[in-house]
Design a binder for this molecule. Structure first.
Ligand code: PCA
Length: 213
């Protein structure tokens, strides 16, 4: 019995991504009798979902939690919905692709709700003193793509596997690096951050709570 946990590789000029660090850290851990399979997906519109699909077929997980970085968010964002849009905004993917206002799946449903217990997850994180909220937008980059594409896939297959997406904030080290590379020393604000150990704990609790439904 496995739990699939994915993070994303670094993108947009960063050399680390907290979601990859958390996935690597939790890989192999046991949570409520399940083994965590922690994997890192490429930040590539053409490749990420294929890898996710392979992971699902290989591991047949009991639940799936995908994660990524949302630099600038102040806490853990448990996403409620993925929408049928690929738009990279100002950040091309790692293969240089720059989709603009495209559909992920032409002619198909506008959105899919996460099937994680998003409200219970956020409540349990808040009870543990971890800043968290339910988020109503996962954006339109690869994180939203993972949520939409994976939910659509599970639906097509009639697979009743709880799945959702969690956005993580910067680590303090990453926020410091962004401030150093930007205008931090000229009076600009610094991005909010959370230590990696608290981020990992948040994802452990997310997986635990998901198994309770
Ligand atoms: N964050 C981006 C893509 C990869 C990642 O870690 C996003 O929020 O879509």
């Amino acid at each position: 019995m496995t739990l699939l946990l994915t993070g994303y590789e670094p993108f947009g000029g960063d050399d680390e991504n907290p979601s990859a660090m958390v996935a690597r850290e939790l890989d192999g851990e046991e949570i409520a009798g399940h083994e965590v399979v922690g994997e890192v997906l490429p930040v590539e519109f053409d490749a990420a979902f294929e890898e996710m699909q392979e992971l699902i077929e290989t591991h047949d997980p009991t639940a799936i939690v995908a994660t990524g970085l949302a630099a600038g968010r102040a806490g853990i964002s448990v996403e409620r919905v993925g929408i049928n849009v690929n738009d990279c905004g100002s950040t091309p993917d790692n293969a240089g692709a720059e989709p603009r206002n495209e559909r992920i799946r032409n002619g198909e449903t506008a959105g899919y709700f996460a099937t994680l217990p998003v409200v219970s997850v956020v409540e349990s994180l808040l009870d543990a003193g971890i800043p968290a909220h339910v988020s109503n937008t996962a954006g339109t980059h690869l994180c939203n793509n993972a949520l939409y594409s994976t939910r659509a896939y599970l639906d097509r297959q009639n697979r009743d596997v709880p799945m959702g997406f969690v956005h993580l904030p910067c680590t303090p080290e990453l926020a410091a690096k962004h401030a150093k590379d930007g205008d931090g020393t000229s009076g600009a604000s610094v991005q909010p951050s959370m230590p990696l150990s608290m981020q990992s704990d948040a994802i452990r609790r997310t997986l635990e709570m998901t198994l309770k439904i």
